[in-house]
Design a protein around this ligand. Sequence first.
Ligand SMILES: CC(C)(COP(=O)(O)OP(=O)(O)OC[C@H]1O[C@@H](n2cnc3c(N)ncnc32)[C@H](O)[C@@H]1OP(=O)(O)O)[C@@H](O)C(=O)NCCC(=O)NCCS
Length: 333
Amino acid sequence: MTRRLATPVGITATGECFPDRIVTNEDLAKMVNTSDEWITTRTGMKLRRWVEPGVGSSDLGSGALKMALDRRGMGADDLDCIIACTVTPDMMFPCTAALIQQKVGASKAFGFDLNAACSSFLFGLTTGAGLIASGTVKRVGVVGCDVMTSIFDKSDRNTAVLFGDGAGAAILEPVEEGYGLLDYEQQIDGSGAPYLCMPAGGSAKPASHATVDAKEHFVHQQGQEVFKNAVREMANVSRLMLDRNNIDPKELTLFVPHQANLRIMDAALKRLELPREKMACNIAEYANTTSATIPTALHQSVVAGKVKKGDLVVLAAFGAGFTWGGALLRWAV
Ligand SMILES: CC(C)(COP(=O)(O)OP(=O)(O)OC[C@H]1O[C@@H](n2cnc3c(N)ncnc32)[C@H](O)[C@@H]1OP(=O)(O)O)[C@@H](O)C(=O)NCCC(=O)NCCS
């Protein structure tokens, strides 16, 4: 069944924020036993951005939200709600949304954090759109922000090469009938939890000397298990939404998958029988920025003029949990 909102809601502006420091594959090869050749062929990544110590997700997130507000010509006071999508909150509490609210000066907004790992932005988008469709709020800022350098082990080659820091944001508002979020699909399956997680630091295993010594505050991943599920589910949800809306994949202008591995993205693209030009792709420059991959890849496509009013866009995400989903949009501005 199509999950169409009662009121049409769409993205009216986007923004991004990255730290200045660029880390190349060659830089990583000096830190761990890896090579540019291995990273490029296995992941498609060439560069990533890393924050300087002391920079948190709220710093990047507020930068991205400010850019989105500027591009919309909107003041921070016009926002009714901020949803901060992140797996790397500045602190366990208060929520990162509160810190972003204060940094952008959104004096009339409420807000909260949303964590569905790499699907966070997608789930935040549909949550924000649902709030607007319910009639309780008019303008929502959805921010995907992650400082992944705070949670991976820089001495472990299995994870150190995969992630970057960054943030992307989208402003959601009511739009014309027939535009905006046309359909979405979201799933969660906790049997995937052991394959991608940060084992300690939460309530089940609070931080202790033993957990730090065992490096349990870092990302732990069984890459191949994540890989095959990501390919299957991102392609499946995208195909499902297109089929139930009677849209041929050829009619799509842009496919924006989560950017965790170029091989995963290409495999999903192949299953949709779409050419590479239709895929938003920034993995070579920014690596996997978790909650920020989809909004930044989308933003860069918008800035490059690849999306215009009326175009069909599909977003597809997969992350720890497992969580996954897709959104079908008719671009509204
Ligand atoms: C992580 C990932 C890139 C690994 O690629 P892979 O082809 O599956 O590689 P494997 O894990 O099988 O490892 C193959 C070999 O490369 C080695 N290796 C791992 N990282 C390496 C690196 N940075 N440099 C060189 N060798 C490396 C492994 O140690 C292993 O060596 P071994 O065979 O001697 O044990 C890939 O599985 C992946 O992208 N998975 C999905 C990740 C993902 O989507 N995560 C986020 C989801 S939101």
